[in-house]
Design a binder for this molecule. Sequence first.
Ligand code: NAP
Length: 253
Amino acid sequence: MLENKVGMIFGVANKRSIAWACAASCAAEGAKLAFTYQGERLKENVEKLAAELPGSLVVPCDVTNQAEVDAAFAAVGEKYGKLDFVVHSIAFAPKEALEGEFVTTTREAFTTALEISAFSLTQIALAASPLMIEGGSIVTMTYYGAEKVVMNYNVMGVAKAALEASTRYLAADLGKQNIRVNAISAGPINTLSARGVKGMGSLLGYVAERSPLKRNVQASEVGNTALFLVSDMSSGITGETIYVDCGYNIMGV
Ligand code: NAP
């Protein structure tokens, strides 16, 4: 499905990362992949995982460093000459902002969360579009806490709301270049970032009990939806937020 397609994957921290599940689904369908990592701490992890997919590229990219973002896209342009899709799977908020009351969120925590978790999508879309010479697809990861209050999710919910709105505005701007932009709203999954949100364990149980499918979603199911969204199978879909949450979001009382 993705033969001769080149993708860039942002947000692999380890093998549990949603980004890694997206990479595995896309690589299985023939995509060539470039991985980015944030800081030396994660370099070895990402290089080890990427080695499982021969021919992939690994480049540093902390989104708070514009020079690193520019260099990462330049490296992709140099190696592959084009880019077909991007999976944006990064988010961050200081740990103390992900517990207690939202009303105590500091200016610094708010700015950091919004910059890394929401603005980075626009930053990456702008850098990616010149390389998407045959059109393209950009997929980001969001969460239900963008629309409804989820205990302890706090400023990250506000960042995800901005991310979902950014998805629509970017889709409107980039559609004329045949670049599609969509978000996947994933149900809770036990990853490194998720463990930073207080009470994640009980949230997993709560959602599994109440969702129509009576379980939590698996990262591979999010990966397969990302595959659909970056492939031509979804050529008529842009600006959407698609739920991959075992149906949890449809439930009322
Ligand atoms: P993860 O494995 O911890 O991935 C998050 C990634 O974001 C990490 O690779 C992290 O690197 C990276 N990141 C943080 N700050 C960055 C920066 N300044 N520049 C570049 N990268 C940075 O957790 P995940 O659950 O797979 O998260 C992926 C995405 O899915 C996030 O947007 C998250 O909000 C979203 N999501 C997750 C869930 C869930 O329940 N797990 C549900 C819905 C949506 P570091 O480790 O170095 O910080």
